[in-house]
Design a protein around this ligand. Structure first.
Ligand code: SAM
Ligand code: CA
Length: 293
């Protein structure tokens, strides 16, 4: 039942001139817009640096994972993800030594980003690829499963042990033959590649997920090595959301140290005329750079 007061009010509104109703409508829309702005600034205020997903809602992120990522995750990737979750770096106090804490695996690529990379590589028909920063190999496996049987991944990491932890899963998936793993710092390998002109413009896709203080050094070389029309993906370009943290924000040592490098990279990529860019809030932020000249 509609209360009598409400009925009277409705009748009154109906009687109002068209102009008055329009005014009322506009003021309601304005009130809604102000509310939305308030909500947005509140969301901005409560954004915790170090949030697992850059989405403001953990429930939404969980929804994405449970609805479209986990049910479609290839079995070997699931196995590798679960194996990585047991990695000793999660348990050992080394995480505190470098100023990190918590029970999340801070190194590995998230399952939704793995799914994104896998799809992206298929969309661009990538065949000759490179990865800098392998860890236990989750993004590497996402790549290896996406490229054709005669596709290649030049994979580099200073740490072979972690790669070897995930290697049995990659072998079982039948894609290890696509991987050429090089242990050691990536920069000298890139320098060697650049020296030989036949490597110029030879890579379809390059994923960079290693030492953030070297990303600009990598970019100088990678831009020569990726083909025109090819892609470089720089990972963690939103750096735990810290790129928008105020100067006095209580950031973990590790986050603070690399933050300026990430911000410098973001600025440099934004003005680089050799590439088109797209910064996506997937995982910890990934900037896709398409070489145009
Ligand atoms: N892409 C990986 C995955 O999906 O699990 C995560 C990579 S992890 C965030 C960063 C890796 O970069 C570490 O395994 C580290 O050993 C490696 N790394 C650090 N400095 C490096 C360097 N100068 N050259 C090559 N790899 C490096
Ligand atoms: Ca990463």
């Amino acid at each position: 039942r509609v209360p009598i007061e409400r009925k009277l009010k409705l009748a009154q509104v109906h009687k109002q001139s068209k102009a008055k109703r329009k005014k009322l409508f506009i003021s309601r829309v304005l009130a809604m817009a102000t509310n939305t702005q308030d909500q947005q600034s509140q969301a901005g205020r409560h954004q915790e640096v170090g949030h697992k997903s850059l989405l403001q809602s953990d429930a939404l992120y969980q929804y994405i994972l449970e609805t479209s990522v986990y049910p479609r995750e290839p079995e070997p990737m699931k196995e590798l993800r679960e194996l990585t979750a047991k990695h000793p770096w999660l348990i050992l106090p080394i995480v505190d030594l470098i100023g990190m804490s918590g029970n999340r695996n801070l190194m590995t690529t998230s399952a939704d980003e793995g799914q994104f990379l896998n799809m992206l590589l298929k969309l661009i028909n990538a065949k000759n690829t490179m990865e800098i920063g392998v860890y236990t190999g989750y993004s590497l496996l996402a790549t290896a499963l996406a490229i054709p049987d005669d596709g290649k991944i030049l994979a580099m990491d200073v740490n072979r042990e972690n790669y070897e932890l995930g290697l049995p899963v990659i072998q079982k998936a039948g894609v290890a033959h696509k991987i050429d793993f090089k242990e050691g710092p990536a920069l000298p390998v890139l320098d060697q590649l650049v020296e030989d002109e036949k490597n110029h413009g030879s890579f379809d896709f390059i994923f960079v997920d290693a030492d953030k203080d070297n990303y600009l050094n990598y970019h100088k070389r990678l831009i020569e090595l990726v083909k025109v029309g090819g892609l470089i993906g720089y990972d963690n370009t939103l750096w735990n959301g810290s790129v928008v943290a105020p100067p006095d924000a209580p950031l973990r040592k590790y986050v603070r140290y690399y933050r300026d490098f990430v911000m410098e990279l973001n600025k440099a990529l934004a003005v680089d005329p050799r590439i088109e860019i797209c910064m996506l809030p997937v995982g910890d932020g990934i900037t896709l750079c398409r070489r145009v000249k």
